[in-house]
Design a binder for this molecule. Structure first.
Ligand SMILES: [Fe+2]
Length: 586
């Protein structure tokens, strides 16, 4: 049985599961090179057909992770489902003056029913273009989040908590998952969204919402939350295991947050989000970040504690953009009574492509979930392909086919070279886990400044380390053995041991935490091998692993994109397949 899962919101993605096995996933951004692309995975759909990953006539059904259709959302759906248009980031940019969209039908949507019919017709049309005539199912956005976390967790029984900005009018849900089935026991409306509150602060600090929240998490460690804790505590409360804005008024979410803050600081004039929040005691960006981070850490822990106690289920699985926050995850894992946590590696809306497909499959099959082994569900390229590509650039690039790419690469890292490491199938989700990674030595604390400058990035979190799994306890304080599983996907932080924070200062944050990827032979053999060789040479069982991209570009998909990074001087060596490349005369 072949099921396609499709998410059309942020990070539009297509996933394929065959007889329950997750065989392919890729976000549209990796094809069209528009970071965090909002919309249908148009190019990915054509790609899976062209590459023979699916046979159109053998697709049994297509499952979409959206299920609410409103007249007010007519334009958003038209935007998401029409490829030919002037694209803009719906959440961060004004509509461009030269905006166009190759669709007029959405103007005829007068009610929810029209909207549903419109969406269905558009999706049917897109599938028809590639020869797919299979039936389409629509799964609730938060149900898809819950399903992604549960069906990849390997638990027979688990408590699934989802939390994001908003999806299908909800911002959070709690679900009991047992024996392959999911039952929702609580839902929080979009108006009480933890994700949007965090995003509002992200915007106030001058960053893009739904994109740069991670910068706020990093920045928070430099600030002081205590100064205005009392003031922030008045913003939200937890009632019956749900977040609730205190005295919510009927404005849209951002207005409500602004007005709440306005009252707190005794101002009555609307002055815009950034200025207003800053007036909440003239907070610096650092203090503001620390305040919101601390507030939500407390509230999210309170929510998780409530449901763990109420259901007595101690294995917690998480998905939704809020759980991209590695600190929230750490604190949830430390709740007394919690045995384990698992965060779906593509915790944002891209994960809903798999989630929707898995939900549909398991609902029918009634099987117990299997545990995800890795996230390598994207395209790969042969040495032959790579060799031909390099041949075209032989005037600029010096390269050779290595007999032992692991040993050679490890040696180069030990010589403080910056390596673009490109191997096997591309990762699914936001993190590079050793197939499209930039790797470097962890010993130079200043690298966070100069390498980020070189890559044109602003980050407040240090680079993350990839570590040999068997050395995890030497490097970190890991409170529960079970947490080594989510740590294979860089989804949780741990305290670094004093000695190692000193030996590898580039990967230790100011609060002495790190966000490791624990690398196993089974999870990623090639990456394990290069790390093992590096350990042999230096005695260090860890090195820096940051995603293979520059500035605001998506992670590289094909070798040509990696090579561009070498040609522009961002990396010193490009280790692609068994080839090792550097610029001539460097
Ligand atoms: Fe979501």
């Amino acid at each position: 049985m072949v099921i396609l899962g499709i998410s059309i919101t942020h990070d539009g993605t297509l996933s394929v599961i065959r007889d329950g096995e997750h065989i392919f996933s890729m976000a549209e951004e990796r094809m069209n090179r528009i970071k965090a692309y909002i919309g249908f995975p148009f190019q990915v759909l054509r790609y899976v057909v062209k590459k023979g990953i699916i046979e159109p006539k053998k697709v049994d059904r297509v499952v979409v992770s959206s299920s609410v259709f409103l007249k007010e959302w007519a334009f958003t759906y038209a935007f998401q489902l029409t490829e030919k248009k002037k694209y803009y980031d719906l959440q961060n940019q004004e509509k461009p003056t030269d905006f166009f969209i190759d669709d007029e039908e959405y103007l005829q949507i007068y009610n929810a029913d029209d909207c549903k019919k419109y969406v269905d017709k558009k999706i049917k049309g897109l599938l028809h273009e590639v020869g797919i005539e299979a039936p389409i199912e629509y799964v609730n956005h938060h149900m898809a989040h819950a399903a992604s976390a549960y069906y990849a967790s390997g638990h027979k029984k688990a408590l699934a908590i989802t939390m994001d900005g908003e999806g299908d009018l909800l911002s959070a849900t709690v679900n009991i998952c047992d024996n392959g089935q999911i039952e929702r026991i609580s839902a929080t409306a979009d108006r009480d969204s933890a994700g949007y509150l965090y995003s509002e602060v992200t915007r106030a600090c001058g960053f893009k919402i739904s994109r740069h929240e991670g910068k706020i998490t990093g920045l928070a460690a430099y600030g002081n939350y205590k100064k205005y804790e009392e003031c922030f505590d008045k913003l939200v409360e937890v009632k019956n295991g749900k977040l609730a804005y205190v005295n919510p008024v009927g404005y849209k979410i951002t207005d409500r947050i602004q007005n709440k803050l306005l009252k707190l600081v005794g101002k009555t004039r609307y002055v815009g989000a950034a200025e207003l929040i800053r007036r909440c005691g003239e907070l610096s960006n650092e203090d503001l970040a620390a305040s919101i981070q601390h507030l939500l850490e407390k509230k999210i822990v309170e929510i998780a504690t409530y449901w763990v106690k109420k259901t007595n289920i101690r294995d917690v699985v998480l998905a939704g953009g809020v759980f991209a926050n590695v600190k929230f995850n750490q604190y949830i894992s430390e709740i007394p009574g919690v045995n384990s946590i698992f965060i779906f590696p593509d915790m944002g809306d891209g994960g809903n492509a798999y989630g929707a497909a898995a939900y549909s499959y398991y609902k029918e099959q009634k099987l117990e979930p299997a545990r995800i082994k890795n996230v390598f569900f994207g395209p790969e390229f042969s040495n032959e392909y790579i060799g031909k590509m390099l041949e075209k650039h032989k005037n600029q690039v010096q390269y050779h086919l290595s007999e032992d790419v692991y040993k050679e690469t490890a040696y180069l890292v030990s010589e403080n070279k910056i390596i673009g490491w490109f191997q096997g199938r591309m990762e699914y989700g936001p993190r590079a886990l050793g197939n499209r990674s930039i790797i470097a030595s962890p010993v130079d604390a200043t690298i966070n400044k100069w390498l980020n400058d070189r890559m044109k990035r602003t980050e407040f979190m240090p680079f993350a380390p990839s570590c040999l799994y068997e050395h995890a306890d030497t490097l970190f304080e890991i409170p529960k053995e079970s947490l080594k599983f989510p740590a294979q996907f860089m989804t949780i932080t741990f305290k670094m041991k004093e000695e190692w924070a000193k030996k590898a200062p580039a990967v230790s944050h100011v609060d002495q935490t790190a966000r490791p990827q624990l690398v196993t032979k089974e999870g990623n053999l090639k990456f394990y091998k290069v790390l093992k060789e590096y350990h042999k040479i230096t005695g260090l069982p860890l090195f820096i692993n940051t995603s293979f991209n520059v500035h605001e570009e998506p992670i590289v998909r094909k070798p040509e994109e990696g090579l561009k990074t070498l040609l522009s001087g961002v990396i010193d060596y490009f280790c692609v397949g068994d080839y090792i490349c550097k610029l001539k005369n460097s």
